[in-house]
Design a protein around this ligand. Structure first.
Ligand code: SF4
Ligand code: SF4
Length: 326
């Protein structure tokens, strides 16, 4: 059990505090079902997981969203596309009076699985932005982290997305996500992006918009992997040592509401995996439909040692590095 919150202490040392700004993104984790079982997964997702969002919960989220002007809905999982009501969810968002931007956090390989043949066309026709995991541009590294054959499947999926206009048409953004293949911090996002663009174009004819460099947070399957190899505390020390106060104002927990597959609310997807659900002053747990979106500015953010994963080096958020420092 964690007794001391070293992250809160570090904020104090730097005379910093972490509070919410106005919500701009509703990030919905629709469940833990996934066709892959990646080593770095903070969700412990996989093909045998049963936790998936029901249509009733989707309807309650849509009702709540309709009463707000939150401009972006970010769907994640697991493989969010695998829940039975994934298309229903997107169509309900599209039907809202106020238009919202939708993001699908996609592992790419799902687009080629049997039963998902027309999914990429569906995403394109609804102008869904795709943010796709691609931890390297070499087969060796991707397959080591994500499983045999995942690199080849990811390349085929990216070529399919390019053929539909993704990464080319300004209405169809395609961003890739890099995360280190081991217990180290990402190098410069700009340099990585240049390398990815050059290599993917040269070898596979693939184009994309931006590369987001994310750090691996020491939770979930990645923490288990580090613990198993006796590297967990060493990695924590690396993150703590690399604390960068300039990342605080850009942390995603400031403007994102994270919702779980039952509708429960958290400050971010990482807190969600750690069960740090919002509560009513400790009395009762809160769900999205209990929240007044206009009352969130200034709310305290729940933190823990894992938060050092977001503030190390250039910082790490759902949109990649927070500062330009590497
Ligand atoms: S990292 Fe993403 S693709 Fe890999 S198992 Fe986890 S949810 Fe699935
Ligand atoms: S893990 Fe990162 S995003 Fe989540 S609360 Fe901590 S600093 Fe914020």
């Amino acid at each position: 059990m964690q007794l001391i919150n070293r992250f809160a202490e570090k904020l104090g040392v730097h005379c910093l505090s972490l509070h919410r700004a106005r919500p701009e993104i509703l990030q919905v984790n629709v469940g833990k079902l996934c066709n892959l079982t990646c080593v770095h997964c903070h969700v412990n997702a996989g093909p045998k997981r049963k936790e998936i969002m029901t249509r009733d919960t989707i309807d309650r989220i849509i009702d709540w969203l309709a009463r707000t002007d939150i401009p972006t809905v970010d769907l994640t999982g697991g493989a969010p596309e695998m829940i039975p009501d994934f298309r229903y969810f997107i169509m309900q968002i599209s039907a809202l009076q106020l238009r919202r931007h939708v993001i699908d956090r996609c592992n790419l390989t799902i687009l080629l699985e049997p039963g998902y043949e027309h999914l990429s066309e569906f995403l394109a026709s609804n102008r869904v932005e795709i943010i796709a995991s691609m931890p390297c541009y070499t087969a060796e590294n991707v397959n080591a982290q994500r499983g045999e054959g995942v690199f080849e499947g990811s390349i085929a999926a990216l070529q399919l997305l390019n053929s539909l206009g993704y990464g080319i048409d300004p209405h169809l953004p395609l961003h890739l996500v890099y995360n280190p293949v081991g217990a180290f911090l990402p190098s410069s996002q700009d340099e990585l992006e240049a390398d990815y663009k050059r290599e993917l174009k040269k070898h596979f004819g693939i184009v994309f918009n931006k590369l987001y460099a994310l750090s691996n947070l020491p939770i979930g399957r990645f923490a288990g992997h580090l613990r198993h190899n006796g590297k967990l505390e060493e990695y924590m020390e690396l993150l703590i040592h690399a604390f960068n106060p300039a990342t605080i104002s850009g942390l995603m927990c400031r403007n994102t509401i994270s919702v779980g597959w039952r509708g429960e609310v958290y400050d971010c997807d990482f807190n969600q995996q750690l069960g740090m659900q919002w509560s009513n002053n400790g009395r009762s747990k809160l769900f999205l439909w209990d929240i007044d979106p206009d009352s969130l500015e200034g709310r305290d953010i729940m933190t823990g040692d894992h938060c050092f994963g977001c503030t190390a080096g250039a910082g790490s958020s759902c949109g990649g590095a927070i500062t330009s420092m590497s």
